[in-house]
Design a protein around this ligand. Structure first.
Ligand SMILES: O=P(O)(O)OC[C@H]1O[C@H](O[C@H]2O[C@H](CO)[C@@H](O)[C@H](O)[C@H]2O)[C@H](O)[C@@H](O)[C@@H]1O
Length: 523
């Protein structure tokens, strides 16, 4: 757990997504929920006194709401509060009428009160939250909203904020998908999955104790607690990394938002100047960098012109292909024997002169990968368009050809297979979910290893890494660490740790060609 109890340095490039609780963070609907709960428990208390002549301590809208109710699914809230008063009712069923004395019956009555309040008083957004969400979206981050409430979509639509989120996970989804309520991590993990962003690359914003705990347990990179109820210390104790009073504190200054990445072709002369007399060491991702993204992995064929450029470069400096693909597969696709190839996101490396490395301990994970592959093949067989691609140290589950309405099923299947195999971790990419060994290894570490192994950690060498996808971000971060150059291939709005950008694979070809021209002229 990170100890970061100061104001966040939310440099937008650090994260790729933000996941927001709704009630109390985006909208002021927590106020109505709290009022509805109060009406419910006041009415129920009066009934108990009248019927059974027993009473219990009245519902405290501050203390009881935040301790037993806030953030939890409806029936869990009823159960939790009643238990605090030593009252144990039968659960009943969600169909119970609102006058039944069951957990569900009382929960359904609370829903009635809430609907009445919503109709009479309406809900407002927190303007600072909307401004913050708009600002991070403009900077290219993805956003999701998570709420235990089954009213979340109605509330979101009512305030006209639905368009601000790429994904919504609410109480209805949770019931349908069997997600455990907060403080369990499920709802946050699911939102990150829908955004196809690893939780550690996302931040969460929550105002409930159960919510910060859930986000923290889901492994979010940063958990921001919003203190609207004077519970700063409790939020920290339940897993918030930092606590703010309002999202206005997170609004980036103009400077923090930063200028768009400089184009590496337009700025080629500047890059050449920075290179000076040093020799580049070039690291290249394959899909989306050397070949355009296409419908199926086997259709990503390297263009002859690109192959020629790579050969020219390979004659002047070190060139390594660092790919998520299987090492043998990518080596065959590139087809230049003199280059270095790192496959399975860097777990498996070979190169000329007998260069060979398989990440220590990776072989131990082969049985787990085999089990996952079998289960995935069996359980995804009924979904049209899914492709399961086995690499030596990873499995890619492609959904590019899957109908939109089936993508959720693919995701939940992958998640459930991964849940049974904690030795593997799930990552994402372009229309792909991946399972790979839960080991501290990635493309960035593979690049470091190669720089050492090839004796390139020298003052007269400048590493340059080109990539387009989220697994390339580790390598861009590595470039920053050692003063190399990270070139992101793709849209200008993308949030990335790279320092420069190239629009597409055609521009990659032009950039590499200019580099080859330059090296040939200087030699
Ligand atoms: O690290 P890379 O070399 O970029 O490999 C990343 C993944 O690339 C491949 O999938 C991607 O490209 C396919 C072909 O264009 C496309 O159909 C798919 O949607 C993309 O995700 C490859 O098949 C995966 O194994 C790699 O992990």
């Amino acid at each position: 757990m990170k100890q970061l109890h100061s104001k966040p340095n939310l440099t937008l490039t650090c994260y790729r997504a933000g996941v927001f609780d709704l009630d109390g963070v985006v909208t002021d609907s927590a106020r109505l929920h709290c009022l509805a709960w109060q009406r419910l428990f006041d009415a129920y208390r009066a009934e108990r006194v009248e019927q059974d002549r027993v009473s219990f301590a009245a519902f405290d809208p501050n203390e009881d709401y935040r301790r037993y109710i806030d953030g939890k699914p409806r029936y869990e809230g009823v159960r939790s509060f009643l238990e605090s008063r030593m009252i144990h009712l039968p659960f009943g069923t969600p169909q119970d009428s609102a006058d039944r004395e069951t957990v569900c019956g009382l929960g359904n009555r609370k829903q009635r009160f809430f609907e009445q309040l919503l109709a009479s008083q309406g809900v407002e957004v927190f303007a600072s939250s909307i401004a913050f969400i708009e600002s991070i979206r403009a900077a290219g981050l993805k956003t999701a909203v998570v709420s235990s409430s089954k009213n979340a979509r109605v509330v979101l639509t009512g305030v006209g904020a639905h368009h601000l989120f790429d994904a919504v996970v609410d109480g209805i989804d949770s019931e349908r998908l069997g997600l455990n309520g907060k403080p369990h991590p499920d709802i946050f993990s699911h939102a990150a999955s829908l955004l196809a962003i690893p939780p550690e690359r996302a931040f969460a914003v929550e105002d409930a104790l159960s919510g910060v705990e859930a986000a923290s347990r889901a492994g979010f990179g940063l958990v921001v607690g919003v203190d609207r109820a004077g519970q700063r210390e409790d939020l920290l104790a339940h897993g918030a990394d930092i606590v703010i009073d309002d999202l206005i504190e997170l609004l980036p200054s103009e400077a923090a938002q930063g200028a768009p990445l400089p184009d590496a072709l337009a700025g080629f002369d500047g890059i050449a100047e920075r290179l000076g007399h040093r020799l580049p060491a070039i690291f290249l991702d394959y899909d989306g960098t050397l070949t355009p993204i296409v419908a199926r992995p086997e259709l990503a064929i390297l263009d002859e012109a690109m192959r020629l450029i790579l050969k020219r470069l390979g004659q002047r400096c070190s060139v390594a292909i660092v790919s998520g693909r299987d090492r043998a597969n990518v080596a065959e696709l590139v087809g230049i024997g003199s280059l270095v190839y790192a496959g399975s996101h860097g777990f498996d490396i070979t190169g000329p002169g007998g260069l060979h490395m398989q990440y220590e301990r990776a072989a131990e994970f082969l049985p787990h990968l085999a089990t996952a592959e079998t289960q995935l093949q069996q359980r995804l067989a009924g979904i049209r368009g899914v492709l399961v691609e086995r690499k030596r140290f990873a499995i890619a589950i492609h959904y590019r050809l899957v109908a939109e309405s089936d993508v959720d099923r693919v995701l939940t299947t992958v998640e459930s297979v991964a849940e049974g195999l904690p030795q593997l971790r799930r990552t994402g990419g372009k229309k792909v979910f991946e399972l790979r060994p839960r080991l501290p290894w990635d493309k960035g570490k593979a690049v470091f290893w190669l720089l050492e192994a090839l004796d390139l950690s020298q003052a007269d060498v400048m590493p340059i890494y080109l990539g387009d996808d989220e697994t390339d971000e580790d390598a861009f971060a590595a470039m920053r660490e050692i003063g190399g150059l990270g070139l992101f291939v793709g849209d200008a709005s993308q949030v990335t740790a790279a320092s420069h950008r190239l629009s597409d694979t055609v521009c990659v070809g032009r950039f590499l060609e200019r580099l080859a021209d330059m090296l040939e002229t200087h030699s």
